[in-house]
Write a protein that binds this ligand. Structure first.
Ligand SMILES: [Zn+2]
Length: 50
C-alpha cells in the first residue's frame, strides 16, 4: 500500500490518496489538483485501504 497526500481531477467528483489507484494514475496532468477538493474518496482508493 502506497499512501501519499491527496490529489484529485477537476473533471471528477472524487479524490485519490493511493499511488496504486489506476483511476488516480490515469488523470490527465492538466486536470490534476492537489488536496481533496472537498470531494468524496475514490472507491478504488477505499478498496486499496483494506
Ligand atoms: Zn483512487
Amino acid at each position: 500500500m502506497a499512501k501519499k497526500s491527496p490529489w484529485h481531477s477537476v473533471k471528477r467528483d472524487v479524490y485519490h490518496d493511493d499511488t496504486d489507484c489506476n483511476v488516480g494514475n490515469n488523470i490527465e496532468s492538466e486536470n490534476i489538483r492537489q488536496g481533496t477538493g472537498g470531494k468524496r474518496k475514490c472507491v478504488e482508493c477505499k478498496r486499496l485501504d483494506k
